[in-house]
Write a protein that binds this ligand. Structure first.
Ligand code: AMP
Ligand code: ZN
Ligand code: FE
Ligand code: FE
Length: 294
């Protein structure tokens, strides 16, 4: 954890379940949120909404507000751009079609990565990776998990830096959709689009980020995940200011994955954040309402 003092919030807008590469089932994710005193969480699995229904049901069971969300990888060069969608209508046809397209891209990519790993001398099969993912959507962390179990690496991180990360030798890119397309899909599903962990993007200066934020606002992105466990507290403060200046709202999220990322805790993403949870919820709901009327 990057922060000197740890502030645990009562909300978390960025969490993963075993529907993608988190270690907890959607129900157990919500149960844990309740046990740790959180009142609101968004479930934001990579490229899938398969865990949403179970999480929402568990929310009713445990008394936690669960926001139907997703985290989608966007076609962006160079580097990484992730977009979160919130308050989604999970029955929406266009959304489901887009996610199917992205999932197919994953299915095409996985055996190519396995091939490269085999060529690098690592004995790993699709079957082992499928087992690690328990039949759910496969991501690179599942491959890392198998490599760790077979003692090829000392931890998940090493599997990425040595083999699986974007700059590493066994990386294979996957087809993605553009930001414009994804934003329109999220909006069509009555959702709100928020740029996830902007600090992960390959920009340095305030000016570069100002430009990025102006550009994404143009496409219809309404919020910034200003507070993130991926950021230093200085970055958190900078992104909050930039979001305020641009008229985007700020969310906060831990990017919790359970055991997949053992050093990330639910509700922990800032030394201190000035997000007022209920006001943020109101603002987000207002955005969906405004859109419905306009
Ligand atoms: P994939 O869905 O296959 O693209 O894998 C994405 C997942 O890999 C996300 O959960 C990331 O947090 C994780 N990941 C990406 N890069 C790294 C890294 N360098 N170290 C550890 N995990 C990573
Ligand atoms: Zn993940
Ligand atoms: Fe992400
Ligand atoms: Fe994430």
């Amino acid at each position: 954890m990057l922060f000197k003092t740890i502030m645990k919030e009562k909300f978390d807008f960025h969490t993963h379940s075993a529907a993608s590469d988190g270690s907890l089932s959607p129900r157990n994710l919500v149960k844990k949120a309740k046990e740790e005193g959180l009142e609101i969480i968004a479930i934001t699995d990579h490229d899938t909404i398969a865990g949403v229904r179970e999480a929402v049901e568990a929310g009713k069971e445990f008394g936690v507000t669960v926001i139907a969300g997703v985290e989608i990888s966007i076609d962006f060069e160079p580097g990484t751009m992730h977009l979160c969608g919130y308050f989604l209508d999970i029955e929406n046809q266009q959304l489901n079609n887009a996610l199917r397209y992205i999932q197919q891209a994953r299915l095409d990519r996985n055996p190519q990565i396995i091939d490269k790993l085999n060529q690098a001398g690592i004995d790993i099969t699709m079957g082992e990776v499928q087992e690690a993912a328990q039949g759910k959507q496969i991501g690179r962390p599942h491959m890392a998990k198998v490599m760790l179990a077979k003692n090829y690496v000392k931890d998940i991180k090493e599997a990425f830096t040595k083999y699986l990360a974007k700059e590493a030798p066994c990386y294979v890119d996957k087809r993605r959709l553009t930001l414009e397309k994804e934003v329109s899909i999220i909006k069509n599903a009555n959702g709100i689009a928020v740029l996830a962990h902007p600090g992960e993007m390959p920009f340095e200066t305030n000016e570069e980020y100002k430009k990025l934020i102006a550009d994404i606002k143009e496409t219809g992105v309404q919020g910034l995940e200003s507070y993130s466990s991926h950021h230093t507290q200085e970055e958190n403060v900078m992104f909050k200011q930039l979001a305020d200046q641009a008229g985007l709202f700020s969310t906060g999220g831990s990017d919790f994955h359970g055991k997949t990322k053992p050093d990330v805790e639910l509700g922990v993403f800032a030394e201190s954040s000035d997000i007022e949870m209920n006001a943020l919820m109101e603002k987000m709901k207002q955005s969906t309402k405004l859109k419905e009327n306009g």
